[in-house]
Design a protein around this ligand. Structure first.
Ligand SMILES: NC(=O)c1ccc[n+]([C@@H]2O[C@H](COP(=O)([O-])OP(=O)(O)OC[C@H]3O[C@@H](n4cnc5c(N)ncnc54)[C@H](OP(=O)(O)O)[C@@H]3O)[C@@H](O)[C@H]2O)c1
Length: 248
């Protein structure tokens, strides 16, 4: 790793992708602060020389208080998020609200309150979206909508914050083996390990990429499906997943 950072802040550092990123950067000797709500997991993280703070990203006051006491940040990696699937025939606005609160507003609160520090450092914001944003996936109505929202937010910020010298990167992972995906009851093609995900993300950050998407076969497949008319995607989907419509 050739780049040097004074202070890397990672949200969602108590589990999965965020935790691996925090550990990997700390192992390279960077000053890292990891955020999360789970105090036990934060204590474990601090044993690896990582600074920690208990912050619920959906709470703007907690996010503000955290960044107000930070001296500097030049790499802000926003990983905190959640995935709740829904049964569309039993539609619940509450699920959509939860997805927007943690995935979209969580990122938004962090950007708002870290921005004064990032303007000074001419830093780099990295936010995690999802490959699910590239095509409509039944059950992911709320989750996918929140991730599509993040993609738009980050890609637009990459343009609007450029004159201030602030870089913005959107990360779109396919399936990564974490506690979040271990709950899934469906096949997860091209799934990668959390270590591989951290490598993809850190390499992309080092290159200054505005989009980090991985793994390629999954991204190409989902993006290609996303280009089809919804009617055709629906026909494919129901053929695959509705046993009553299959021939034998
Ligand atoms: N795994 C995948 O296949 C995959 C694919 C595409 C995108 N992603 C995205 O990658 C991100 C990380 O996913 P993961 O798989 O690593 O999940 P994970 O293992 O469940 O980790 C989620 C992290 O988010 C934190 N978090 C959740 N709600 C929070 C809140 N309100 N305030 C603060 N922190 C909160 C959790 O910390 P606490 O519980 O301590 O608060 C935890 O550290 C998510 O945004 C997810 O959508 C994952």
């Amino acid at each position: 790793m050739t780049q040097s950072y004074q202070h890397i802040v990672v949200t969602g550092a108590t589990s999965g992708i965020g935790r691996q990123l925090a550990l990997d950067y700390a192992e390279k000797g960077f000053r890292v602060t990891g955020l999360g709500r789970d105090q036990e997991a934060l204590s474990k993280l601090s044993e690896s020389g990582i600074g920690t703070a208990q912050v619920d990203v959906t709470n703007p006051d907690e996010v503000k208080a955290f960044f107000e006491q930070v001296d500097e940040v030049d790499l802000l990696i926003l990983v905190a998020g959640n995935c709740i699937y829904m049964d569309a025939l039993n539609y619940k606005s509450d699920v959509v609200q939860k997805m927007l609160d943690v995935n979209v507003m969580g990122i938004s609160h962090c950007i708002e309150h870290a921005l004064p520090l990032l303007k000074v450092s001419k830093g780099h914001i990295v936010g995690v979206g999802s490959a699910s944003a590239y095509a409509p996936l039944p059950r992911a109505e709320g989750y996918g909508a929140s991730k599509a929202c993040i993609h738009y937010l980050l890609r637009t910020l990459a343009i609007s914050l450029k004159p201030a010298g602030i870089k913005v990167t959107m990360v779109a992972p396919g399936f990564v083996d974490t506690p979040l995906t271990r709950k899934n009851d469906f096949p997860m093609p091209f799934e990668v390990s959390v270590e591989a995900a951290s490598n993809y993300i850190r390499r992309g950050i080092e290159r200054g990429s505005t989009e980090i998407e991985f793994p390629l076969p999954l991204i190409l497949s989902v993006k290609s499906i996303g280009l089809l008319p919804t009617k055709l995607i629906s026909a494919i989907w129901h053929r695959i997943y509705d046993p009553s419509k299959r021939e034998n």
